[in-house]
Design a protein around this ligand. Structure first.
Ligand code: GLN
Length: 287
């Protein structure tokens, strides 16, 4: 079948729905299956593809229709200019999280000319710690997660970007055993994008998220703050004096988080808002 005919079939399957970009999704699926760039698809509408590709394409398009996120279908998601390997079972990197990485990169350029150590709690796909290690050449990163799939995907991504010598991937349980992580030095920065959605809000999320992404990476307990309440007090054990604790947070969690930071005597506490003017990141420094 010709590429352009196949794309048409795919578009008909997908139809229209919020959060679904039919024309882009069919092209991404086909370029993934043919292992070519998007631009190849645009310029080779007349090329014939095999029956095997047609079947696989229709299968993935049906899955997309049913709500599967694109990143799980094509095993890839771009984050901060890097293409991460992604599969079902890990949280998909979000553009919002680039704000967190961006802030740390700027701080690192300003304040850390020597070596810098970073602890990423709840690494998921590994995207935060790996992007930091990739762009900060003197950084050493500890990526911690409790989940086997997350550890496996983080390791894959560490290899993908050849960062084995500077990113250490370790299992650790933030909720139950935050005080017994095996980190052999105090670090300059602790960063985390923990699960922070209040349990009752999860059902309101779009189908791609609530039905296909891991609950474990989203559910922050009754008020969404379970992980922050564990990490903030425990962070002092792992952070150097003058070091920074920085989190991604939910859109309305800024005030509660400022209080939690203050109750542990953090200084220079600031909330960064996203482009929509909503709370997105909080940081503070340890005296
Ligand atoms: N930002 C994500 C979402 O809205 C949540 C990520 C998280 O809980 N850390 O789906």
């Amino acid at each position: 079948m010709e590429i352009k005919k196949l794309l048409e079939l795919g578009l008909n399957i997908l139809g229209e729905r919020e959060y679904l970009n039919g024309p882009l999704d069919v092209i991404l699926i086909l370029s993934y299956l043919l292992d070519v760039d998007k631009s190849y698809i645009y310029t080779h509408g007349d090329r014939q593809v095999s029956e095997k590709i047609v079947d696989k394409f229709l299968e993935l398009t049906q899955k997309r229709k049913a709500g599967w996120p694109m990143a799980y279908l094509i095993n890839e998601k771009e984050f901060y200019g890097l293409n991460f390997y992604i599969e079902e079972g890990v949280l998909i990197p979000r553009p919002d999280t680039e704000i967190l990485v961006d802030y740390i990169l700027n701080e690192a350029i300003k304040n850390y000319q020597g070596s810098i150590s970073i602890l990423d709690l709840g690494s998921g796909s590994g995207c935060i710690g790996i992007a930091l290690a990739y762009y900060i050449k003197n950084a050493k990163v500890y990526s911690i997660d409790i989940d086997d799939k997350a550890l496996e995907v983080t390791r894959k991504n560490v290899e993908r970007f050849h960062l084995q010598d500077r990113v250490i991937v370790m299992r650790g349980n933030i909720l139950e055993e935050i005080n017994s992580l095996q980190i052999d030095e105090k670090v300059d920065i602790i960063v985390s994008n923990p699960p922070y959605i209040p349990k009752k809000d999860i059902e309101q999320l779009q189908i791609e998220v609530k039905c296909f992404e891991p609950r474990r990476a989203l559910d922050g307990g009754i008020d969404g703050l379970d992980f922050y309440k564990k990490i903030i007090p425990a962070s002092k054990k792992y952070l150097k004096s003058g070091g920074m604790l920085i989190f991604e947070i939910g859109y309305d969690q800024g005030d509660s988080l400022v209080e939690l930071f203050e109750s542990e005597n953090y200084e220079n506490i600031n909330v960064i808002k996203d482009l929509q003017g909503l709370d997105r990141v909080i940081f503070g420094t340890l005296p």
